[in-house]
Design a protein around this ligand. Structure first.
Ligand SMILES: [Zn+2]
Length: 363
């Protein structure tokens, strides 16, 4: 019952319970060996549907409220790039079917159709605009036919492209979430105003939720949220960062440098992004704190993008005060052989590890 769920979604934004969004399927599927880095096309949808079902379920068990159909980079431009345009429609339809199938086991979730940066858009080009409009229109038409509750448009670095996305999405009568990708310069590629000002424009254009996603980790996304909530209602703002430890000097995952990389000559381009980011993965606690702070700002749509794993989502859910099905396995160190305090534990192990961080620790 999409209509009902869509209404639920909008009501949810007015509540104290943020919508928690698990994303980052592209990176996680690549890491698991089901998707090729480089072209980054989600053929896994057709080739290993069971692997995708599993990840959907893992995220939902860990508290994700959004079942994000994996059509990120499953658009015409990408399929053309790998010479498989014939798979475009089957891939888009199947991604939504898979999301819906798993959502049946997690009735609290909203099934989201997903569109994203086309890499075609070029400011001032009528031809590019037409192509972008076509890409969004066909993807959303297939998704809507298969049955979605909301539309998530993500990782868009142009105000112009975001406006096209919203114009196309509006015709489907579903709640629209739009996330801007803010690269290192701290602004959009075609708009000199602030990110908050751009969000206001897109909100006025018809997006129900606007904000930022991808590229920035929690530490460098929070300051953007501070500014965004000055321009749009906080409960209609969103932020879903990458799960990488970005810094003011290196504010995006593309800007990260790894002077400790022992084999730089083996790493493509010598850069952590996109396939050697492992040393920068956020702890679950960093992602949890992001959720806590975003909620305190009044933000009601949050989550994780590239680099996010189920444990991050569980930590975010728990930071929001929830218990998830996977919380049964959340850390409890009381029975750890060396770090615990359970009386049955051997004292010699506990002594050996006394003060793990202290000079006396042998671990
Ligand atoms: Zn991302």
């Amino acid at each position: 019952m999409s209509g009902e769920k869509s209404a639920d979604f909008l009501q949810r934004l007015d509540s104290d319970e943020p919508v928690l969004h698990a994303g980052g399927y592209l990176f996680e599927m690549e890491r698991r060996g089901y998707l090729q880095a480089g072209a980054y096309v989600p053929e896994v949808v057709l080739e290993f549907p069971q692997a995708l079902e599993e990840l959907h379920a893992e995220f939902a068990r860990c508290g994700s409220d959004v079942m994000l159909a994996f059509t990120y980079y499953g658009h015409r431009e990408k399929l053309r790039l790998i010479g498989k345009e014939d798979l475009l429609e089957p891939l888009n339809r199947e991604a939504v079917r898979i999301a819906r199938k798993v959502a049946a086991d997690f009735p609290h979730t909203f099934v989201a159709g997903n569109i994203c940066n086309t890499n075609v858009y070029e400011p001032g080009s009528a031809e590019a605009e037409k192509e972008v409009r076509g890409i969004f229109t066909e993807q959303l038409a297939w998704a809507a036919e298969e049955g979605i509750d909301i539309i998530v448009c993500e990782t868009v670095a142009y105000l112009g492209e975001a406006k096209i996305a919203v114009e196309v999405a509006r015709d489907f009568g579903l709640p629209i979430v739009l996330g801007f990708a803010i690269h290192k310069p701290g602004k959009l590629r075609d708009f000199d105003g602030s990110v908050g000002e751009a969000c206001k424009i897109v909100r006025d254009h018809g997006a129900d939720v606007v904000g930022v996603n991808c590229h920035r980790g929690p530490a460098t996304m929070l300051p953007l949220l501070d500014e965004i909530v000055e321009h749009v209602e906080a409960n209609h703002a969103c932020g879903f960062p990458v799960a990488y430890r970005t810094t003011p000097d290196e504010p995006t995952f593309g800007a990260l440098r790894d002077p400790n990389q022992p084999y730089p000559e083996q790493v493509p381009g010598g850069l952590p992004f996109p396939v050697a980011l492992d040393p920068f993965v956020c702890t679950r606690y960093e992602m949890g704190e992001f959720a806590r702070r975003a909620k305190a700002l009044g933000v009601r749509y949050m989550g994780g993008c590239c680099g996010t794993g189920p444990h991050h989502i569980r930590a975010m859910a728990e930071a929001l005060g929830r218990a998830t099905p996977a919380s049964r396995y959340s850390p409890d160190m009381s029975k750890h052989y060396a770090l615990g305090d359970n009386p049955q534990l051997k004292q010699h192990n506990r002594d050996y590890a006394t003060g793990l961080t202290a000079a006396g620790s042998q671990l």
